[in-house]
Write a protein that binds this ligand. Structure first.
Ligand SMILES: Cc1cc2nc3c(=O)[nH]c(=O)nc-3n(C[C@H](O)[C@H](O)[C@H](O)COP(=O)(O)OP(=O)(O)OC[C@H]3O[C@@H](n4cnc5c(N)ncnc54)[C@H](O)[C@@H]3O)c2cc1C
Length: 263
């Protein structure tokens, strides 16, 4: 492996948690892989409908439904999704190729639990926003990102009127930013869609679905392997167990008198 600064790291075994398509098609290179695996990785779906808007706030939201800017049970976590029809409209906007004008939002204020994250009296509000397609019909995220964030803040203001005036700073993370900053192709937060045909032994591909790859010593161990994305570490643990099993097998099958293949 060669790092950006040119440092070379050699190892008989590598577990990659980088997006599986990047690992296989770009870092290994399609010319070194069976054509069936290349085709599977080209078909692997890694699209997105999510964005994040992170806000630094001068005070807590003062909700119409439960007023008060002193910390209360309404503050740590809340979801903006008043009805199924609302969600359906949000989805309809995305199907038509745009971001949801009335988005569904999953909001957390982590400073309600950890006061060290912001100066005294200030808060952080992080909004996970649906839907924000990676590809926008007739526009681009460069053109839309601030309008999108303005609308997010406006909608929050419908529920907590003090909120727009309390915003000190904001960070907008579009699906394109997730791809560029974190290597999440298509902006998919789970390194690939978590649909049935992309789980179990088929994640990320039938030809690389057991954490092993056709490249000897190269394993996959990130969210693009079973059981997929989430802050749980299960793909990495499973991959480590497969590496250990292969090591044990290598020891048992080492030819007599030639020592062990690995220490
Ligand atoms: C916005 C967002 C919200 C989420 N919300 C939740 C949630 O609420 N609950 C939940 O359980 N999960 C959530 N997830 C998913 C969860 O964070 C991931 O599934 C999990 O972190 C994946 O872990 P990983 O080790 O597989 O990959 P990562 O933590 O993504 O690690 C991969 C690493 O590889 C690096 N990398 C990428 N490309 C290259 C390259 N070419 N060369 C070298 N390094 C590279 C990346 O910088 C990164 O450090 C969310 C993810 C996102 C993006």
């Amino acid at each position: 492996m060669v790092l950006e600064d040119g440092t070379e790291l050699a190892s008989p075994r590598v577990i990659s948690t980088v997006h599986p398509r990047t690992t296989l098609l770009d870092l290994v290179g399609r010319q070194h892989l069976p054509s069936g695996l290349v085709e599977e990785m080209e078909r692997y779906r890694s699209r997105s409908g999510s964005a994040k808007v992170n806000l630094a706030l001068a005070e807590l939201p003062n909700f119409r439904a439960l007023p008060g800017v002193e910390l209360g049970s309404q503050h740590p976590e809340f979801i903006i999704n008043p009805s199924i029809d609302y969600l359906d409209r949000a989805w309809g906007d995305a199907v038509a190729g745009g971001w949801s004008q009335d988005p569904m939002m999953d909001c957390v204020i982590p400073t309600t639990k950890d006061r060290t994250l912001a100066p005294p009296g200030r808060h952080i509000l992080t909004c996970f926003v649906q839907y924000a397609p990676y590809q926008l019909q007739g526009s681009s995220w460069a053109q839309e990102r601030e309008k999108f964030a303005d609308r997010v803040v406006e909608v929050l203001g419908e529920y907590a009127p003090n909120l727009p005036g309390a915003v000190l700073h904001r960070q907008v993370v579009t699906p394109l930013d997730m791809e560029r900053e974190y290597g999440l192709l298509g902006g998919n937060i789970f390194q690939g869609e978590m649909s049935l045909d992309q789980l179990f032994l088929l994640r990320p591909a039938a030809a690389a679905g057991s954490y092993r790859t056709p490249v000897v010593g190269l394993y996959l161990g990130g969210a693009g392997t079973h059981p997929g994305g989430g802050v749980m570490g299960a793909p990495g643990r499973n991959a480590a167990r497969v590496v250990l099993a292969d090591l044990r097998r290598a020891r048992w099958t080492a030819p007599l008198g030639r020592g062990l293949p690995v220490s």
